[in-house]
Design a protein around this ligand. Structure first.
Ligand SMILES: [Zn+2]
Length: 258
């Protein structure tokens, strides 16, 4: 059977045109990908890419690891998203600024405003009945869960998730999905997470062009790296690779396309 992969989270807009062409047209195993947006420019580019390539499906949003948008920019973005609702596979990448917050220890860091911004995107996900793609790790995942539960959101995808056992169980109970990047091949923390989390709620992603270490050091991040992730998941779950590959494909299709 021909290999079929779905990259559940990639920033395709951040690749060069030549690389995009090679990555999609010269890699037939890539069945579909979800390209997530970081701001309005990124949304526009991802929309164009989704028109040019049938495998490309765009998510629209505002990445949390950056300065907050002005009120005017936020309203412009939301109006644009409303206008392109029908071309939108999901809302994302949205979430909370875990790494930015670590860098900026000062008390003045406007964390609550990031929470309010996420609240706003979660409301849109509810209103427009779109899945939501979250960047929310460790304690931020708890805060994101509070908001998702407040609006009874069913379809939430925690990309590159990291968190403690309590949060893992909460995500599992709520039926939320996680996705793992190629770092599962060398990060013990992610391997342990996958051992505990149900296969039914796991997807694979690259978060490309984010660069990876270990066996991928120095390489341009490419969806073919997900083959190594699948092998690792199969060994952790003690299941045949074909079963894991099929199940994870099904998970991504169910989450994004049904
Ligand atoms: Zn990302």
């Amino acid at each position: 059977m021909k290999l079929k992969l779905v990259d559940a989270h990639i920033h395709l807009d951040q690749y060069k045109d030549d690389d995009i062409n090679r990555l999609i047209n010269h890699y037939s195993a890539l069945h579909a990908l979800i390209t997530v947006s970081t701001d309005l420019n990124s949304c526009n580019r991802n929309l164009e890419l989704s028109k040019n390539y049938p495998q490309v499906h765009a998510a629209f949003g505002f990445h949390p690891e950056q300065h907050l948008p002005s009120e005017e920019d936020l309203q412009t973005l939301i109006a644009w998203m409303a206008e392109h609702k029908n071309q939108m596979a999901a809302i994302g990448e949205v979430g909370l600024p875990y790494y930015l917050k670590q860098d900026k220890k000062e008390a003045a860091f406007p964390y609550n405003q990031y929470v309010e911004l996420l609240d706003c995107f979660i409301q849109l996900s509810k209103e427009w009945e779109k899945p939501i793609v979250l960047h929310a790790v460790y304690e931020d995942a708890e805060a994101a869960c509070d908001l998702l539960e407040k609006y009874s959101i069913k379809k939430a995808h925690f990309h590159w998730f990291k968190g403690d056992m309590k949060t893992i169980l909460r995500l599992e109970r709520n039926g939320y999905y996680i996705s793992v990047t190629p770092d599962i091949t060398y990060e013990k923390e992610i391997q342990e997470l996958v051992q505990h989390f149900p296969l039914e709620q796991i997807m694979v992603e690259t978060d490309g062009p984010w660069p990876f270490e270990g066996p991928f050091k120095g390489q341009m991040t490419h969806p073919k790296m997900m083959k190594e992730s699948l092998k690792k998941i199969a060994s952790l779950k003690k299941l045949p690779l074909s079963v894991v590959t099929e199940k994870i494909l099904q998970n991504s299709m169910d989450f994004y396309f049904h």
